[in-house]
Design a protein around this ligand. Structure first.
Ligand SMILES: Nc1ncnc2c1ncn2[C@@H]1O[C@H](COP(=O)(O)OP(=O)(O)O)[C@@H](O)[C@H]1O
Ligand SMILES: N[C@@H](CC(=O)OP(=O)(O)O)C(=O)O
Length: 476
């Protein structure tokens, strides 16, 4: 029996340490094998290739798609190449591996540059529309990030004597795309996992278009598909930290507690806030096939980490995580003609969706609706302008806010709302809006952007640190 294990981008950036923990460590001989690794691009690389996942800052793709300036995307591509070459140098120094790593990446970048140039030229003729080809360009660019990290990993592992095998699912030289399932089946049919260690690109080229269907976070789709198709005994995601009661980067490693168990419902709330414990669509396949999912700290391999299952519920009502999302835009639409008209919400939601803005939450009263959206400032400004044009009598306001959220598999803690609000008030933070759903798995506070980190710290202190959970809430 084998496991399928994904390594996230932030962890991949600390590759040398990974060799001593999860990839090799104390293992020799057979114990090295029966593990399939799916890797993400090194931290920040996909942001440079496409656009920044959280801030929306344009990368190569976004500059090409906007076509404001013909050369802007080329400069961005040159920057990516330089960044990748720096990573290669850092990993391999002056060695044959580095020459091979540079050759590989130069080839991929040159290929995509040629295609993008030709496309740009072709589409300068009115008969050809750039829009029709953009998704393919996005996929090709994204795939370079994962091909780079997977190819490098194989070079490093082989040098260390491991029988590693590069499994390139990016379909670079493949004539016709296969359906997702078939692509995975074909790629694994000749691999003997008991004697080889497959290092698989997190991007899969397939006829459905992984990017079209799932967009960012796609490497988890590849990971879960491989786990279900190859019948893995367990699916493991390795991250930079343990899944904790809050972001250790904000609250401090000494203050957070590791979460030993949680459920897919909580994982969905986290992913809505941009902290992808697991992509909700990736979780579905694992859940259906009853494959256990474990989230582990890549740098503490002996710790059991967090087990996510369908039916876990905390023994007593409690807050398990303080999560949040900074850089959210509140688009507030006030229109007295709106009273009782459901079509506004439908039309506005569609408009935001067309602009690819992600609606994290929304609230409304008799004559106003506020959408809390994540996306680029440019697209948000466009949304505000379009809404103003469409509804003459509406007043459209824009505020930069942050969402801070208390999450738990059972949040029916008596007095929790009062405790939350008073903790924020004590920290001098003004609450802009408050949401709690009937299901009581999540409670969201909207605060000013500048108060984001202090709000996370205040809530963590009041709702979690006071409980004295020890090192782990419900060890796995
Ligand atoms: N509750 C939490 N537990 C652990 N890490 C968190 C949490 N909330 C936010 N983080 C942050 O998430 C980062 C990893 O995020 P993610 O983008 O999912 O990583 P990866 O690149 O490994 O997929 C960490 O650097 C950490 O600061
Ligand atoms: N690197 C890709 C795919 C991915 O899933 O990355 P990560 O595993 O680092 O979240 C992205 O940023 O979308």
């Amino acid at each position: 029996m084998h496991t399928v294990e994904k390594i996230g981008g932030t962890s991949m950036s600390r590759f040398r340490e990974l060799m001593d923990t999860i990839l090799i460590g104390e293992r020799t001989g057979e114990t090295l094998y029966n593990r399939i690794f799916v890797v993400s691009a090194y931290g920040g690389i996909t942001n440079l290739l496409l656009e920044h996942k959280k801030t929306g800052e344009p990368g190569v793709y976004a500059r090409f798609a906007n076509a404001e300036n013909e050369s802007a995307w080329r400069e961005a591509l040159t920057d990516v190449r330089a960044r990748m070459a720096d990573i290669n140098l850092e990993l391999f120094g002056d060695s044959v591996e580095r020459v091979e790593a540079d050759r590989f990446i130069t080839q991929r970048i040159t290929d995509v540059e040629t295609i993008m140039s030709s496309l740009q030229q072709l589409c300068s003729h009115g008969h050809f529309q750039l829009d029709e080809h953009l998704m393919k360009v996005r996929e090709m660019l994204a795939a370079i990030g994962e091909a780079h990290s997977a190819h490098n990993s194989v070079l490093a592992l082989k040098k260390a004597g491991v029988n590693a095998r590069f499994v390139d699912l990016s379909g670079w030289d493949q004539p016709n795309p296969l359906p997702f399932d078939e692509m995975i089946e074909q790629s694994f049919k000749d691999i003997d996992v008991s004697r080889e260690m497959p290092i698989v690109t997190g991007y899969t080229h397939c006829s459905e278009g992984l990017m079209r269907t799932f967009d960012r976070g796609y490497s988890e789709m590849t990971f879960s598909k491989i786990a279900t198709k190859t019948g893995a005994a367990e699916a493991v995601i390795h991250k930079e930290f343990h899944l904790s009661t809050a972001d250790p980067g904000i609250v401090g490693l000494d203050n957070v507690v590791t979460i030993g168990r949680t459920n897919y419902d909580v994982a969905d709330q986290l992913s809505n806030l941009g902290m992808e414990a697991i992509h909700p669509k990736a979780a579905k396949g694992l859940r259906q096939q009853e494959i256990e999912l474990r989230i582990k700290n890549a740098f503490e391999p002996d710790h059991d980490g967090t087990v996510i299952s369908t039916d876990y519920c905390s023994a007593k009502p409690q807050v398990e995580i303080i999560a949040g999302r900074p850089n959210v835009f509140a688009i507030e639409i006030f229109d007295q003609d709106m009273l009782g008209e459901a079509r506004y919400d439908i039309e506005l939601s569609r408009l935001l969706q067309d602009l690819k803005l992600y609606v994290v939450n929304r609230d409304s009263d008799a004559n106003s609706i506020t959408y809390f959206v994540a996306g680029s400032r440019k697209m948000v400004n466009r949304a505000v302008r379009l809404i103003g044009e469409k509804y003459n009598s509406a007043e459209v306001g824009l505020h930069k806010v942050a969402i801070v959220s208390a999450i738990g598999s059972d949040l029916k803690v008596p007095g929790i709302l009062a405790k939350t609000v008073s903790a924020l008030a004590k920290a001098g933070i003004s609450v802009q809006a408050l949401h709690q759903s009937m299901r009581q798995v999540e409670m969201q506070c909207i605060v000013n952007q500048d108060d984001y980190e202090s709000a996370v710290r205040a809530l963590h202190h009041a709702l979690i640190e006071q409980e004295e959970h020890g090192d782990v809430i419900c060890a796995a």
